[in-house]
Design a protein around this ligand. Structure first.
Ligand SMILES: *Cc1c(COP(=O)(O)O)cnc(C)c1O
Length: 376
């Protein structure tokens, strides 16, 4: 079988000289931790998505934890979310003492199914965390309508979807609070980093207090005085990271159009592979194409065999995700396998193919070539 000489990762950052210079400039400045660049980056992110406020954090997970805190999630509260996500999405509910409730996904979009959300609402339900899986926005209109009816807070995990649109609106304007992650494989990077965007002033203040130990200056007191009212954390972003993000954001639209181009190329070249089910694209949305996820439907080989053959050919395929509650920690908490059958069935067949903006057409041809050999 054909083997690439160089390992092709499923996703990776694209950092250019401009980005490097931006970070070096901060290294020579008085502020290297949270300083003026973080504020400028927050303003730029808020403007980009069209939200009133942005609060930067040390990671997407920290940001999502902040959102749960601002939403007032505590012991006894239930938060409905999808199992088809990275564990951070439900872990943050546990951090706050709340209970994650997993609602099954739509078999077409792989996003959380609003009908399944409704079925899981109880007296204890306080919030919904929707995830824009692979960069395709969740059904936010249906979710918001349901939340309004039941008086729930909507948090959107947009770790995959910065720059994506839903019915002509940018992700970041569709929920009460939206999280974006800046981990290197995500749409843009700050190394580690994340942000919450919101239009709500009250959430904004809570998020800012939460990321810095729960402290705030008491303005009517002595100049050294600050007070701690809440148990917060050190979840601050550094100016080094913010400078990288600020520079990266200028390239986001180019990154997404390249991702879209590559996804379309996969769609074209794999269209006639009867063993492969291509990802669905909602006609009312533009995906950020964070991930290109196929389903393996072949009889001759198992998903595992196809995965191993691709890896042996130096193609860095992956699987996103193991259903969150399948992890031993969640099993110990009492979550049972079988809870979300659609997600569990999907998990058995999916493979994430390489997709990132700096990938060449030739890289993509290599992936298709190996798949062609496997399919015969
Ligand atoms: C990456 C990711 C997170 C966590 O973001 P970090 O910045 O890595 O902490 C949360 N949810 C989803 C869906 C993710 O992909």
């Amino acid at each position: 079988m054909n083997q690439r000489s160089e390992y092709l990762s499923y996703g990776q950052q694209w950092i250019d000289e401009e980005d490097i210079e931006a970070v070096v400039k901060i290294l020579r400045s008085p502020f290297i931790t949270q300083g003026p660049k973080v504020m400028k980056f927050e303003e730029k992110v808020a403007n980009y998505v069209g939200a009133r406020y942005a609060v930067a954090f040390s990671s997407g997970t920290a940001a999502l934890h902040g959102a749960c805190f601002a939403a007032g999630i505590k012991q006894g509260d239930e938060v409905i979310t999808t199992p088809m996500t990275f564990v951070a999405t439900s872990n943050v509910v546990l951090y706050c003492g709340g209970k994650p409730v997993f609602a099954d996904i739509d078999p077409k979009t792989y996003n959380i199914d609003p009908i399944q959300i409704e079925k899981n609402i109880t007296e204890q339900t306080k919030a919904i965390i929707a995830v824009d899986y692979t960069g395709q926005p969740a059904e936010m209109d249906a979710i918001s309508a349901l939340a309004k009816k039941k008086n729930l807070i909507v948090i959107e995990d947009g770790a995959h979807s910065l720059g994506a649109t839903y019915k002509g609106r940018k992700v970041g304007t569709l929920a009460d609070m939206t999280m974006f992650s800046f981990h290197p494989v995500k749409p843009i990077t700050t190394g580690e980093g994340g942000v919450i965007v919101t239009d709500d002033r009250d959430y904004y203040h809570k998020l800012k207090i939460f990321r810095t130990h729960g402290t705030s200056p008491a303005t009517d007191q002595a100049p050294w005085y600050y007070e701690m009212h809440e148990l917060g954390y050190n979840y601050r972003m550094t100016d080094l990271s913010a400078a990288l993000g600020y520079s990266q954001l200028d390239k986001l639209d180019q990154f997404i159009s390249r991702r879209t181009e590559l996804a379309n190329l996969y769609n074209d070249l794999l269209a006639n592979f009867s063993n492969i089910k291509l990802p669905n694209q909602n006609h009312n949305a533009n995906s950020g194409w964070h991930l290109y996820v196929i389903q393996w439907k072949g009889e001759l080989f198992t998903r595992r065999e196809v995965f191993d053959k691709l890896r042996a050919a130096n193609i860095g395929v992956h699987v996103h995700y193991i259903p969150a509650y399948w992890h031993p920690y969640y099993q110990k908490l009492g979550y049972k396998k079988g809870l979300c059958p659609v997600a569990e069935e999907l998990y058995e067949s999916i493979i994430t193919l390489p997709l990132f903006p700096q990938m060449s057409d030739f890289d993509l041809f290599d992936v298709v070539k190996v798949l062609k050999e496997i399919c015969g």
